[in-house]
Design a protein around this ligand. Structure first.
Ligand code: PLP
Length: 390
């Protein structure tokens, strides 16, 4: 199988798997137990916390382990709202968030009387910070700003440093959904004005159902899940195998990130893939920014004319290529992706848009094989004579 769906999830690293198996077979005790066996697991959990903190350039005490980015986002947004004064009930966000943020904001709007204000998006799918620069934008009702660091569908990178600086000036907390960023790009939070940040282990070769929330020391918030674990900030017996897997994934990601040539190597593969596809399929276009500084090295979202993305995904899957349309969980719905709609992508192209996402494991051979398969599948669905090649 050619794995071009790495924004949905990535293959677990063998060292992650090994550490998790050890946890399930030997180090399976409760880390809250006072006996030696429990304390051995506690030490592993704390080592994992140190690894995640090192990956983010923060203190271990600022890391809360969770079940993934969705839970981290919920703890951050609900916890900040709960701790904010009652007149602060406005959330500032964007129209292109992952549904973990989008649906949370919609739910809070309909059930808790929260107001949600969305920043404009450029045609490249990048947040336009102009309204934020206007001091009157942050009136007395604003409780927090929440936005993604990089978009899961297009790979577009947002100016979180500038947004964070503005939030700092106005003393408004900034939460960043970094599920697509952490482990793929350096994230030195010691030098960045980000107050809270969510991540998911399975986006960087760790296990599914494990993640973390960074909460900068001094940020006031209420816990969502009461209980003594995680220093009272997230109750419930720890998912020790997931946490230990996340810790190893963080160490492996740090090693990988140390050499920028590795990211450039995959970006070059992505560019070769994209250029060849655009040359082979008349009318195909990239959705999202083209400048390398404005996009993740691994994501290519391509709109194909005269076809439905779901049909292409099924055909590709039969031919050995895994890819997705919109957010992975959005596949199967006939709605055009809200991200592409917000960017102003014409509806006909949005319906035929597919996300191909590489990982640090992607190879030249993967790209060569994918390029033999994809244009022929597109042609088959468009009903052209090139279909005979499939
Ligand atoms: N945020 C972004 C940008 C994502 O891409 C995802 C997952 O695809 C999430 C949040 C949710 O992550 P999880 O399903 O691991 O909780």
């Amino acid at each position: 199988m050619i794995e071009l769906d790495n924004n949905a999830t990535t293959r677990p690293d063998p060292e992650v798997v090994e550490a998790m198996i050890e946890c399930l077979t030997t180090l399976w005790h409760n880390p809250s137990s006072i006996h030696r066996a429990g304390q051995a697991v506690r030490r592993k959990v704390e080592l994992a916390r140190q690894s995640v903190a090192a990956l983010l350039g923060v203190k271990p005490g600022e890391i809360i382990f969770t079940s993934g980015a969705t839970e981290s986002i919920n703890i951050a947004v609900r916890g900040l709202l709960a701790a904010a004064p009652p007149h602060r009930r406005t959330i500032i966000t964007t129209p292109i968030e992952h549904e973990a943020v989008r649906d949370l904001c919609t739910g809070l709007e309909s059930t808790f009387g929260v107001t949600v204000r969305k920043l404009p998006i450029t045609h490249e799918g990048i947040v336009d910070t102009a309204p934020l620069e206007d001091p009157s934008f942050f009136d007395d009702s604003v409780a927090l700003v929440t936005l993604q660091w990089a978009n899961n569908e297009t790979g577009a990178i947002h100016p979180v440093e500038r947004i964070g600086a503005i939030c700092r000036e106005r003393s408004i907390p900034l939460h960043v959904d970094a599920a697509q960023w952490v482990g793929r790009m350096p994230a030195n939070l010691a030098a960045l004005p980000i107050d809270l940040l969510s991540l998911s282990a399975h986006k960087f070769h760790g296990p599914k159902g494990a993640g973390a929330l960074f909460v900068r020391q001094g940020v006031r918030m209420f816990p969502l899940l009461a209980g003594s674990q995680e220093r009272g900030r997230r109750g419930g017996t720890e998912n020790t195998q997931g946490i230990i897997g996340l810790g190893v994934a963080a160490q492996r990601a740090m090693n990988w990130l140390a050499d920028p040539a590795e990211r450039n190597r995959i970006a070059a593969l992505r560019d070769r893939f994209e250029n060849a596809l655009l040359a082979a399929v008349p009318g195909a276009a990239v959705n999202g920014p083209l400048h390398p500084d404005l996009r993740l090295w691994n994501t290519s979202n391509i709109g194909f004319p005269k076809l439905e993305a779901d049909a292409l995904l099924l055909l590709l899957s039969e031919r050995g290529v895994n890819a997705s349309a919109g957010a992975a969980c959005g596949s199967g719905s006939l709605e055009a992706s809200p991200v592409l709609v917000a960017m102003g992508v014409p509806e006909s192209r949005a319906h035929g848009s597919v996300r191909f996402s590489l990982s640090r494991d992607s190879t030249d051979n993967d790209i060569d094989r994918a390029l033999q398969i994809i244009p022929a599948c597109v042609a088959k669905l468009q009903g052209s004579s090139a279909a005979a090649l499939v």
